[in-house]
Design a protein. Structure first.
Length: 122
């Protein structure tokens, strides 16, 4: 069952806190060893690749996340967050809201898809 909540599961809360602290080791520690991240239609698989991605594109670009909504959808966690940082903001809105789809298994993030959603016509 879907439910809108304001509470983050502990591992997702730790992930966001680690992102906001620009701490590569803490961020990577939130993932399962064989996890994947899909960001901007790119798949990043496994701890080593995720570490490289995080170091360059999250910590390197000083990305911050301000949570605006949390939804528990049948055990998967959907987090909408306002993003900021020193990344290239060309062609992006002034307020960038990205949706993060977390698959959590055994207390670790097994999958994370970060999507810049568009309004639905439906």
């Amino acid at each position: 069952m879907s439910s809108i909540t304001t509470e983050l599961p502990p591992i997702v809360g730790e992930h966001i806190a680690a992102v906001n602290a620009f701490d590569t080791d803490r961020i990577v520690a939130t993932f399962a060893p064989d996890a994947y991240v899909n960001d901007n239609r790119r798949e990043v698989w496994g701890a080593d690749a995720i570490r490289s991605f995080v170091a360059k594109e999250i910590v390197g670009d000083h990305v911050t996340m301000e949570v605006t909504e949390v939804i528990d959808h049948y055990g998967d966690i959907i987090v909408r967050a306002r993003y900021d940082g020193s990344y290239d903001k060309a062609n992006l809105p002034d307020e960038l809201i990205l949706t993060n789809y977390f698959g959590v298994r055994d207390g670790k993030i097994a999958s994370l898809a970060i999507i810049f959603n568009q309004p639905s016509p439906y």
